[in-house]
Design a binder for this molecule. Structure first.
Ligand code: IMP
Length: 444
């Protein structure tokens, strides 16, 4: 009997293997040339992808990075939560810089809408939790981006209080729904201590119906659009936002975001089954960073951490917050590549590590009871008890930006990469040695 396999699917997924900000935008931008349709499947305007093209820097939050390449179609799938005002701002900003946005951008009619009250709820809940710190454990606040992501996904699960992009195209339906939702939300916000006048459903309905009108040419059934594309021989590139360790099910819960950011989120977030993904490229930076609260075993709270932050320009694309920085945690990355099914890895920001006398990579954890583990602990309470066990490497002084292939890397830099490859058991297919597209060693 013959069995079908998915080994030949020409579609690719790009996913972050750490806590975000791995430089996915640049890799997606590079791979775009080989694909026809670029697809976002999760998250919202909490994500920030920075892409540098010909010395121009673009910060993208909702629109797939493929938008910078003429001739490609860009799809915001049903798994994304869309803030229509932010989306239109992004469209206007890109257009003012000469980027064409027309039928090359499609937004799922089933993607959920981030409403202004979601952002208020997000901020109010964070404030509330910061102020009622439980005695020993400190604050329960997540340190969210306050973009309304959690409350919007919560409404998706609640169902009766949700609004989807398609709903914006029916003004009457929208107003009727908002009349009920606003009553409920006004009461909830008051309970969280927000001193504001009651939400006005009619004004909100009018404002969002207008936004819907502007977005009308882009709103469509993206599930059929994607399947139609595949049927006519087009290839898809799935662009993960946030990252695997922030996945609602598989990340360091509860310090995670509210969507399935691992590749496991692709089927529900797009309507494309998993057997349509042939290549999964996991993106990891050569060290670690994290924004917001939550355990981070290899965090460096010293000069080395500061130096990595400055050299790596580790400040949030979305919120401008300084990122927490630390040594590479390979226990975490190996776990993420397992969950995501990574077939290869891109190691980004490698140039940042030049100039250190020595470098460390975490390969195991020592637990509070003295036991040693080499499995990740995707639970904040457990991970907080883990101390990293490091392998130490000699550093290198040469800057890497002008290196054009892996063979020309300084010997100590090559050893660092070889160790990662050996530990993960999957090939490093790309190495980032600078911010521009051309600063990437490909096919290594
Ligand atoms: P939220 O997604 O705004 O609810 O934030 C939840 C947590 O995920 C916070 O710690 C954020 O800092 C973090 N987070 C969300 N999106 C990103 C991202 O794209 N990069 C890095 N951290 C993120």
């Amino acid at each position: 009997m013959k069995y079908a396999t998915n080994g030949t699917s020409p579609n690719t997924a790009v996913v972050g293997l750490q806590w975000g900000d791995e430089g996915k935008g640049k890799i997606v931008d590079l791979l775009t040339a080989e694909h026809d349709v670029i697809v976002r499947y999760n998250g919202g305007a909490n994500a920030g992808h920075t892409v540098e093209v010909a010395g121009e820097r673009y910060a993208l939050h909702l629109i797939p990075s493929g938008i910078l390449n003429p001739g490609k179609r860009n799809v915001i799938g049903n798994g994304v939560v869309v803030d229509p005002e932010k989306l239109l701002e992004e469209i206007d900003r890109l257009r003012s810089r000469g980027v064409k946005i027309a039928e090359n951008l499609q937004v799922s009619d089933r993607a959920h809408v981030v409403m202004p009250y979601h952002k208020e709820q997000d901020a109010a809940l964070e404030e509330f939790l910061s102020n009622v710190a439980s005695s020993e454990r400190g604050s329960l606040a997540i340190g969210t981006t306050r973009r309304g992501i959690g409350p919007a996904y919560a409404d998706k699960i609640n169902r009766s209080t949700a609004i989807r992009m398609g709903d914006l195209l029916d003004a009457e339906y929208l107003r009727d729904r908002l009349r009920v939702i606003c009553r409920l939300r006004t009461a909830e916000l008051k309970a969280l201590g927000v001193q504001a006048p009651p939400l006005d459903p009619d004004a909100l309905a009018e404002r969002f119906a207008k936004l819907g009108d502007r977005l009308r040419p882009h709103i469509t059934d993206t599930v059929y659009a994607l399947h139609d594309s595949m049927r006519t021989g087009k290839t898809l590139l799935f662009e993960g936002a946030n990252a695997c360790l922030l996945d609602i099910d598989h990340g360091t819960y509860p310090y995670v975001t509210s969507s399935n950011c691992s590749t496991l989120g692709i089927p529900p977030g797009t309507g494309v089954p998993g057997n349509n993904i042939g290549r999964i490229l996991g993106i990891m930076k050569a060290y670690s960073s994290r924004v917001g609260a939550g355990p981070f075993p290899t965090e460096l709270l010293d000069e080395t951490g500061n130096l990595i932050r400055e050299k790596g320009r580790e400040y949030g694309t979305t919120t401008g917050r300084p990122r927490r920085t630390g040594w590479l945690d390979l226990v975490a990355v190996k776990y993420s590549s397992m969950v995501c099914g990574a077939t290869g890895v891109a190691c980004t920001l490698f140039d940042v590590l030049a100039g250190f006398d020595e470098l460390k990579i975490c390969t195991q954890y020592r637990m509070a009871d003295g036991s040693i583990v080499d499995r990740f602990l995707p639970d904040a309470r457990m991970l907080a008890k883990a101390t990293p066990i490091y392998t130490t490497f000699k550093g290198w002084t040469e800057e890497l930006r002008d290196v054009s292939d892996r063979k020309s890397l300084p010997i100590n830099a090559a050893k660092y990469l070889a160790f990662i490859e050996e530990y993960l058991g999957i090939p490093i297919e790309m190495v980032g040695v600078g911010p521009d597209r051309r600063h990437t060693l490909v096919g290594v």
